[in-house]
Design a protein around this ligand. Structure first.
Ligand SMILES: [Zn+2]
Length: 72
């Protein structure tokens, strides 16, 4: 049987759980930044009032929902 002191056992458990929490946090941040970048790439900005919006079916030239100006 492997003899392990209580201190090292607690240390290993704490380090493992802290590493898991940090790994999950980094994964969540990475997924959030990917989602925001995808939304930003699909969003349109009105050249008249600078209002940013997301056209529902993403037509190539959706008019601004606030002022009706055509966007690119
Ligand atoms: Zn506008």
């Amino acid at each position: 049987m492997i003899r392990v002191s209580m201190t090292s056992l607690v240390l290993v458990l704490v380090c493992t759980s802290a590493g898991l929490v940090i790994l999950l946090w980094l994964l969540g941040e990475w997924r959030r930044s990917r989602r925001e970048a995808r939304l930003r790439s699909r969003s349109r900005k009105c050249p008249l009032c600078f209002f940013e919006f997301l056209p529902a079916p993403a037509p190539p030239r959706a008019p601004c929902p606030r002022c009706g100006a055509p966007t690119e």
